[in-house]
Design a protein around this ligand. Structure first.
Ligand code: LLP
Length: 423
């Protein structure tokens, strides 16, 4: 529980609004975000950046709802994007595309053209073929593309293997031994302007030490390049800072960011701009998934609490065995913890992997509301229509105001573009 999701007279509320009221008004399953929580997380980064040449590029893959982007754009954030579609979201909220960095291993020519047309801050490039493609596209449209190379520092982020990206065996980044030759190759391409370096070693990282290890390697590269006359103006340290889902104790945002900025300054690089690319740490604990209990199904080996949200709404448990706390929204009247029963909380999707929480002690009855906590990052954005389930509504709370920021999908939307064969 955080300052923004808290209990009022026993009932779970977000800012000043009881979650039960949101369920009444918008139904379930529904994602609920707190504007104040988004703002506080951003300000925690901004506090560390004050007095340094540093900025925040929100990694919008974590939650790209337009209202979320709008909040961060108003606070002054730039964005880290991974597709042309994400760039179009930036444009749709009227944010400045010149504050965008474009990441990802497989940018298409069309995406490069779109990004060049909008003059993005830089392309984070991950391979020689990508450099060649970008050089060709930039030449064709008569521009010079600003480029940063994403290096793979071969550092163990000590996180889940699916979300660890900085080790040799990952598809991401330029292998450490190839970094200098790749910069030299980039420097020889006429339509590219080398401006920076970046790395991203993984996600849900709960210690600072892997970051410092990676940063030191990055700074070694910056110094080696400078000796060859290749001068970089920015250092992008990636995202990946973890949050508390259960009992993890990640460093606090401001302390974490300060530690990195201090290391940059200590090593004499304070004149270069530092970019942070956080996703989860800005939005993860700013959202919950609100769901209603359909049935309780006792069993010999397991008891099941079947709810109306499923793996199609929140894929993280099924995909990574990720843990999300599950809280009753309104504890039943007169209940005491002794009445709790241990349940697997599961959805209606036809897969055994469709679960949201395992072995949870809950005192619940059919019709009760539950909140799946810490669902603001990689929640809605990873949802699907599996089993022809319309995607959930999204709501943003701002003080005592409640805004529907994405209407619940309707079944007709799901097969609108499908066609029957000619008879
Ligand atoms: N920058 C780059 C280049 C990235 O690939 C990512 C995330 C980020 C920044 C933001 O990382 P964050 O601060 O959010 O950890 N779906 C997984 C997480 C995948 C992360 C992908 N890359 C999950 O639900 O845990």
């Amino acid at each position: 529980m955080t300052a923004f999701f808290h209990r009022r007279d026993g009932a779970l509320a977000v800012e000043q609004v009881p979650l039960a009221r949101i369920a009444e008004q918008f139904g379930t399953p529904t994602y609920v975000y707190s504007r104040a929580a988004l703002t506080a997380a951003y300000q925690a980064y901004a506090a560390a950046c004050a007095g340094h040449r540093a900025r925040v590029q929100y990694a919008m893959k974590a939650n790209s709802n337009l209202a979320v982007l709008q909040v961060f754009a108003q606070l002054g954030a730039g964005f880290d994007i991974v597709s042309g579609g994400e760039l179009q979201r930036v444009l749709a909220v009227g944010a400045d595309p010149r504050k965008v960095v474009f990441s990802g291993v497989g940018k298409s020519e069309a995406e490069m053209e779109l990004a060049l047309a909008h003059d993005v801050l830089c392309f984070n490039v991950e391979s020689i073929p990508e450099l060649d493609r970008l050089n060709a596209v930039a030449g064709r449209v008569g521009k010079r593309a600003r480029v940063s190379l994403r290096i793979n520092p071969d550092v163990d982020a000590r996180t889940h293997p699916y979300i660890s990206t900085g080790l040799k065996g990952n598809k991401f980044g330029i292998a450490f031994d190839d970094v200098l030759p790749t910069y030299r190759a980039a420097a020889a391409l006429p339509h590219l302007e080398i401006t920076g370096i970046d790395c991203h070693i993984g996600s849900q990282i709960t210690e600072v030490s892997p970051y410092l290890e990676a940063l030191d390697k990055v700074l070694d590269v910056v110094e080696a390049l400078e000796r060859e006359g290749i001068v970089l103006s920015h250092i992008d340290v990636g995202g990946g800072l973890g949050i508390t889902y259960d009992d993890e104790t990640p460093p606090d945002i401001t302390g974490f960011a300060r530690t990195l900025l201090e290391r940059v300054a200590q090593r004499g690089h304070g004149h270069r701009e530092v970019l942070f690319e956080p996703g989860r740490s800005l939005v993860g604990n700013a959202g919950v998934l609100l769901t209603r209990v359909e049935f309780l199904k006792p069993g010999e080996a397991k008891n099941f609490c079947i709810v109306d949200a499923a793996m199609n709404d929140l894929a993280r448990p099924a995909m990574y065995e990720a843990f999300h706390r599950i809280e009753p929204v309104v504890p039943p009247v007169g209940s005491n913890p002794g009445e709790a029963v241990t349940y697997d909380v599961v959805g209606p999707v036809c897969e055994s992997g469709d679960w949201l929480g395992r072995d949870r002690a809950l005192a619940v009855a059919p019709g009760d509301l539950l909140a799946v906590m810490s669902a603001g990052a990689y929640g809605f954005v990873m949802s699907s229509n599996y089993n022809t389930r319309p995607r959930a509504a999204e709501v943003m709370v701002d003080g005592d105001a409640v805004h529907l920021v994405r209407a619940r999908e309707r079944v007709e939307d799901l097969f609108r573009d499908e066609k029957l064969l000619p008879r």
